[in-house]
Design a protein around this ligand. Structure first.
Ligand SMILES: Nc1ncnc2c1ncn2[C@@H]1O[C@H](COP(=O)(O)OP(=O)(O)OP(=O)(O)O)[C@@H](O)[C@H]1O
Ligand SMILES: [Mg+2]
Length: 214
């Protein structure tokens, strides 16, 4: 099994839907199947990309232009993909990532209103068609997620946005899920952690069956 390429799995969703909470569950499930798994996150994942993350998430006086935000996200992503994710996959390691390009489509494309077309061009140019093999979209009414995130601790620059912004982000994610239903699976995140993980397990098992026993 170590000679075959690893699979790239991403976890997506708006603020506080439970992405970070469920990363360990997904990683353990894959490791129990006998795979080497690394988990990582975006923006970030390498020292340089983590520095860009700081630039992006820190609250600041200066207005951050949407294009600047988008290009910084992709600058961090290129570093992450070419220095870390692709080399790991080549070695047969499975990679699990907390947010990826779909987040740029949802936040900058839909949330900030830059549109999907520009984003697709940038994705093609910078990542040359590199996409996750499976994306788990945790979906939750935005108010519930924001409440959960607020309870967790201090908010970052994105979390200070209004509910309307996150509603556009959520709708952006759901539009991608409709377009790419083979790759992106919607998980209802309204229930308890156990209920969410039950759905995650079902989705992972179906994906696993498809890629390992085609
Ligand atoms: N199913 C659930 N029910 C209730 N609370 C939950 C559930 N899942 C996660 N939480 C709690 O909600 C908060 C947000 O979860 P988490 O940090 O995993 O979200 P996230 O999607 O990673 O958020 P962010 O987008 O801000 O990174 C945490 O305090 C977590 O313990
Ligand atoms: Mg998180």
């Amino acid at each position: 099994m170590s000679n075959s390429k690893g699979q790239f799995i991403t976890v997506e969703g708006t603020e506080g839907v439970g992405k970070s909470t469920n990363m360990a569950f997904v990683k353990n499930w894959l490791e129990a199947k006998g795979h080497e798994v690394i988990h990582t996150r975006e923006p970030g994942g390498t020292p340089l990309a983590e520095e860009i993350r700081e630039l992006l998430l820190n609250k600041r006086e200066e207005m951050v232009d949407s294009h600047t935000e988008l290009l910084l996200m992709f600058a961090a992503r290129c570093q992450h993909v070419y220095q870390k994710i692709q080399p790991a996959l080549e070695q047969g390691t499975w990679v699990l990532c907390d947010r990826f390009t779909d987040a740029s489509f949802a936040y900058q494309g839909a949330g900030r209103g830059l549109g999907f077309e520009k984003l697709k061009e940038l994705e093609t140019w910078s990542l040359q068609g590199f996409k996750p093999d499976l994306t788990l979209l945790l979906d939750l009414p935005v108010e519930v997620g924001l409440e959960r995130a607020k309870k967790r601790g201090p908010v970052d620059r994105f979390e200070t946005e209004k509910v309307e912004f996150f509603t556009r982000v959520r709708d952006g994610y759901l539009a991608i899920a409709e377009d790419e239903s083979e790759r992106m699976k919607v998980i209802d995140a309204t229930g308890s952690i156990e209920q969410v993980q039950e759905q995650l397990e079902k989705t992972l098992a179906a994906f696993y069956h498809k890629v390992m026993m085609p």
